[in-house]
Ligand binder design. Structure first.
Ligand SMILES: Cc1cc2nc3c(=O)[nH]c(=O)nc-3n(C[C@H](O)[C@H](O)[C@H](O)COP(=O)(O)OP(=O)(O)OC[C@H]3O[C@@H](n4cnc5c(N)ncnc54)[C@H](O)[C@@H]3O)c2cc1C
Length: 522
């Protein structure tokens, strides 16, 4: 009998996970087709003159033990830094398997670091804790008048909430009051999505920031202040530890794990073809029979197989079907929207701001809430992993711009884009223009599948594409879902399991990440 093959479109986290899981659990040979020259997709590591960039900053943390084990099987955790053997993140806790052997990042590369999260909001040219906390520093930074206004507007919302929450704006104001909404939410959220908060559905708020409210923040503050004080040292220790958030991070950035995964796929007999953009999906009846694309030499290439996994954007997939989809499916697919992303790496001799004690800033990333600049977020790559910085003693930061690929911003040349980035970071006082020594601009299309446009009719597409029995939509853009790496991986793992066990429903793949508890909060 002829060996079976699975054609996998895209060598990002979902595609590579599918390949490894097929090799581990079946005799099906994986063949990955990747449009770019690199594995890792959005989770790749970008190299520039010995420096490395991470798009968006990828924390490796999952509520799924299966994913945590999978990552650590591929890349062992560094030894010696986590005596308590556990990670905490966004209220979730994970035990780590005991480190086997010594894995010293000074001596070897294939090591998962344990990093402590620090991120703050930059507003009014000052730093605020993220998530917002009620501390003396917060009140000092806000000033008396603004603090008073926040209190009054919160009370107004608490006593007279808007009955019908129609938009994200209503949702946040009802929970925090108008003044806090204007101070900490509006500008950044609108930078990310490019639409006013009153045009974003309230449901999005319910999914993304459910459980957050000023009442929660106040309760946390009161507990910290009074309960801790009364219960002595042990409770104090517990409280403080629970506030420390840690995550895993590959020494050389997220792409290092996926490059290693790609090596394993090849070693196991799988294939990875780079530089081939799939633009035709050949279907016969309710089956996909082959996919076709153009390679870098301009030659048309076709890959036939028994199973097909797609991580390519759904809008493109529907456009590329050899038999056109019904008009309604095409209409909904064409209405799907995306948000694109530009990151500008700046190499500098120093930052213009420091921690209070004069030491370098410790943040992994900083939300830029200032409305007078377009930049949305700042990554300090040194604090993700010191090994992302090629030249010791330099600061390597990433300025992130959220935009649409139709915006004038997207079309700026690298020189123009870097000039804008340098001018903006200097304007808000974080870095002096004369301290910048080099830059690197990266444009990443379709980083965010949007939950507006035709998304509320997404089931029309899902029902149609689920009808192709050997086609498995997995990953982030592959499912048009706000999936993190772990969700993307779990969709691939579940699809492989279905194939191996002969399960025909795809509901269990779609069910992953529906409760939306842990997200990249961006
Ligand atoms: C700003 C930002 C921050 C994030 N932070 C985190 C985080 O902290 N933690 C976390 O776990 N996750 C995070 N994520 C999510 C994570 O990046 C994604 O979940 C993950 O990369 C999705 O994997 P994927 O394989 O589905 O898709 P992708 O990573 O998008 O990979 C898809 C691959 O398919 C290829 N491809 C597309 N179309 C075609 C085609 N037609 N033909 C051939 N190849 C094609 C692409 O080139 C790409 O390599 C973040 C994402 C963003 C945007």
């Amino acid at each position: 009998m002829k060996d079976k093959t699975a054609i996998i479109i895209g060598a990002g986290p979902a595609g590579l996970t599918a390949a490894i899981e097929l090799q581990r659990n079946s005799a099906i040979k994986p063949i990955l087709i990747e449009a770019s020259q690199q594995v890792g997709g959005i989770s790749r590591t970008i190299r520039y003159k010995g420096n490395r960039m991470d798009i968006g900053g990828h924390r490796f943390f999952s509520k799924s033990d299966r994913v945590m084990r999978w990552w650590l099987e591929l890349m062992p955790v560094e030894s010696g830094t986590s005596p308590e053997g556990e990670l905490r993140y966004q209220g979730q806790q994970r035990d780590l398997p005991a480190a086997t052997g010594a894995h010293d990042p000074q001596a070897e590369d294939l090591v998962m670091l344990i990093r402590q999260r620090k991120s703050r909001i930059y507003f009014l040219r000052r730093f605020f804790d993220y998530p917002i906390s009620l501390t003396a520093a917060t009140f000092r930074n806000l000033g008396l008048v603004r603090t008073f206004r926040c209190g009054v507007s919160y009370l107004r919302s608490a006593l007279l909430p808007q009955r019908e929450e129609r938009s994200l704006e209503d949702f946040i104001i009802n929970r925090f009051g108008k003044q806090l909404y204007l101070t900490f939410f509006k500008s950044y959220t609108e930078k990310v999505w490019g639409v006013p908060c009153h045009e974003i559905s309230a449901e999005w708020g319910a999914q993304r920031i459910k459980g957050l409210s000023l009442t929660g923040v106040v309760t946390h503050f009161l507990k910290k202040t009074f309960v801790r004080g009364r219960s002595g040292d042990i409770a104090q220790k517990t409280t403080e530890t629970s506030l420390i958030e840690k995550f895993l991070y590959p020494k050389l950035g997220p792409g290092q794990l996926w490059e290693h995964a790609a090596g394993l796929v090849r070693k196991g007999g799988g294939e990875i073809h780079f530089g081939v953009q799939i633009d035709r999906i050949h279907v016969v009846g309710n089956k996909v029979v082959s996919v076709e694309g153009r390679d870098e030499a301009g030659k048309r290439v076709t890959y036939a197989g028994d199973y097909f996994f797609s991580t390519m954007p759904i809008r493109d997939l529907v456009r590329d079907l050899s038999t056109p989809a019904p008009a309604e499916v095409v209409e909904v697919a064409e209405g799907l929207m995306y948000r694109d992303f530009i990151t500008v790496g700046l190499l500098a001799s120093r930052l213009a701001v420091t921690e209070k004690d004069g030491s370098p800033l410790k943040d992994n990333w900083i939300y830029i809430q200032e409305p007078d600049v377009v930049v949305g977020r700042l990554q300090i790559f040194n604090n993700w992993s010191p090994w992302l910085v090629g030249t010791p003693g330099k600061v390597w930061v990433g300025l992130e711009y959220f935009c649409n690929d139709t915006d004038p911003l997207w079309k700026l040349s690298d020189e123009e884009m870097s000039r804008l980035a340098i001018a903006e970071i200097a304007k808000i006082g974080i870095l002096k223009a004369e301290d910048v020594e080099d830059f690197h601009v990266v444009r990443v299309p379709k980083t965010y599948p949007a939950y507006f446009g035709s998304y509320d009719r997404f089931d029309v597409i899902r029902n149609y594409l689920d009808g192709f029995e050997n086609l498995f939509l997995v990953g982030r853009n592959g499912m048009h879902k706000y999936n993190n790496q772990d969700h993307s991986m779990l969709t691939a793992m579940t699809a492989v399991e279905n194939i191996v066990k002969g399960v025909t429903t795809k509901d269990n793949i779609w069910a992953i990440n529906t409760e939306m508890e842990y997200h990249e909060e961006k």
